[in-house]
Design a protein around this ligand. Structure first.
Ligand code: FES
Length: 136
């Protein structure tokens, strides 16, 4: 079975998935922090990831996915929506975008408070909600 590796916040989590599993489902199964404000119905772009390795082992992006991806923050040529990109037969590595990570924290306030307190204690800036990234 192919493996999917998620990179975020300086860590990596790898999980095995059945072919046909989308990246968002893989992230949720292994605890990777990928946002999904619309619930995975290709309507929000908060599951935005950058494919680091294995782009050819993902299903082809539909016109709908590309339309929604156009609304994401900091889109790159190797961007995909996790809820739409299905893993085929080779290993894939993705980096969770800043927008998606912040969206995950917005969806998980207990973890967001803990992160914010840690950042404050370290004297670092605390990010605002994911929607604020679009104002930059
Ligand atoms: S979760 Fe909303 S577009 Fe993927």
């Amino acid at each position: 079975m192919p493996k999917v590796t998620f990179r975020f916040e300086g860590q990596e989590i790898t999980t095995e998935v059945a072919p046909g599993t989308n990246l968002l489902d893989a992230a949720q199964a292994c605890g990777a922090r990928e946002g999904h404000a619309c619930g995975g119905v290709c309507a929000c772009s908060t599951c935005h990831v950058y494919v680091v390795k294995g782009y050819a082992s993902l299903s082809e992006a539909s016109d709908r996915e590309q339309d929604i991806l156009d609304k994401a923050f900091d889109v790159k040529h190797h961007s995909r929506l996790g809820c739409q990109a299905e893993v085929l037969d080779e290993d894939v590595t993705v980096e969770i975008s800043a927008e998606s990570l912040q969206s995950w924290y917005d969806e998980n306030p207990v973890e967001r408070r803990a992160r914010d307190e840690r950042l404050k204690a370290e004297g670092r800036a605390v990010p605002g909600p994911a929607r604020d990234l679009r104002k930059l």
